[in-house]
Structures are given as C-alpha cells and as structure tokens.
Write a protein that binds this ligand. Sequence first.
Ligand SMILES: [Fe+2]
Ligand SMILES: [Fe+2]
Length: 293
Amino acid sequence: MNAPTRQPPQSGEIIVRAIPFAFAENIDPAWHPDRREWSHMANGASLTMPYLEPFLIKTVREALKKASNPQLKQDVHGFIAQEGNHFQNHRRYNEILKRNYPELADVESEMAADYKRFQTKSLRWRLAYTAGFETMTMGITEWLIGDRRNLFNDADPSVSSLILWHMVEETEHKNVAYDLYQHLYGQYWPRAWGLVYASWHVARSSRKGYRRMLKRDRLWNRPASRLRLWAMVIRFLMKASPAMLRSLVPGYHPGKVTDPEWVARWTSAYAGLPEDAIPLLDTSDPEIPAQFA
Ligand SMILES: [Fe+2]
Ligand SMILES: [Fe+2]
C-alpha cells in the first residue's frame, strides 16, 4: 500500500517538511563535476548552516516571548521548525565534507566562537542580523532558482535537491524575521546595519570554508581556478546586492517581492509525494523541472 499524500499547500503557509536527505559516503565534494569552485562555494555555505541557523532560531525564540500578534507568533513557530530541518540536513552532508577536509573543523570553531560572542549583543542587534541574513537569502534564492540550469545541471541530485529545497522554504518564511523585527523594534538604521553585517559575516564564514577546500584541492593558487571563482562571486554579488538594496527603500516589505514561479511548482509537486519520500530532482534534465524522480 502506498503511503498517504499530503494536502495541497495554502498560499502563504509555512509548511514543515522533515526531509531525511541522504548523502553517499563517497560523494564527490565537487558535487558539480564541471564547477568545482561553485561546488565549494556552496559547500562553504553549507558548513555555516549548523552554526548560523541555530543562532537564528535562538534569536527568534527569544523575541517570540515579546511578540503579541497571534499570526506572527504562529509564523515564527513555522520559521523555527523549517530552519531546524535545514541545519540538520546540512550537518549530515557537512560530516562527509569534513572527512574529506578535516581542516574545516577550524572554521567551525571560529563560527562557534563568533555566535557565542553574538549572544552578548542586544536582542535588537541579533534580530536585525537575523532579518538581514534572511533578506540576503532572498537574493540568493532568486539567483539559484533562476540560474538553476547552469548551477545544477548534471550535478549530484542529493546536494542539488537539498540546496533547492532549502531555497523553497526560505521563500516560504521570507517575511517572518522582517515582520518580527518590525513588530518589536522597527528602527531603520539598526536593521540596515544588521543587513550589512550579517551578509558580510556569513559570506566571510563561507569563504573561510571554500578557501580551505580549494587549497587542499591545489586550486586556490591557480589563476584559472581563481578566475572561475571570481566569476561566481561576481554573479553572487550581482544577484544578492539588488535584493539587499531594495530592502532599504522606504515602504519595502519582503511580501511585495514576487517569488520565483518554480517555488510554487516545487511545493505542489512535493504535496503529491508520499509522506516518507525524499524530493530528489532530476538534474540530468537541463531545465531542472520541479518534479521528483
Ligand atoms: Fe534555512
Ligand atoms: Fe531562513
């Protein structure tokens, strides 16, 4: 007998999906065979998640105690559950990465120290960091989904599906940290600083990781590799910067930003899957359609 399927998603709903992504023990950390630099950029970002996302969760959980809006409180619970699922999946993948690159443990220690230090900052500062990171993520989502043909075609399906699932859920909860910050504080300049600082901090932490991986791969000092890396960094900046700048325009709300159409297709396709299924994308199809193998 087939496992039951889910209800179709409601618009604006934050759906909690405890997906047990599985990664082969012998997976190539260059999970996109033609794009080693991009693979390691994404690996560097993955490495930050089990440090960054628990910090975001802790911050909104503390802020939740001060919130009075029932719908917002419900959405914060959805945010917490989604972020929890994200970092647990990334951590399983990161464990394999670390067996290939043991030096990544140093990067993890530095991140652990950073987030411990941030606990001494005010809740307003931490919530501005949270809202700021979530804003940058919207730009990254637009980039990864819009450019998915380049970034994921013929790449490992497990890592590609993990990343794109993460982006779908970031879209679903894109309003939450912003709304919570506005609800409790609302001041413009601390939010603007949170955006700049969080984006810089997470990008820097990711760079520490990919730098070590590219060094071990003996690519870091190769000019051709460095040019490929810079090309990807420029693409990242070109996509993330407009999303960050528009968030500073008066009257901005993340809810006014149109979501990539692919997100709705992914959520509908997932709703049709059996309860225990892993939503693996077909990366051999250049379109990377929002359907599962
Ligand atoms: Fe996340
Ligand atoms: Fe998020």
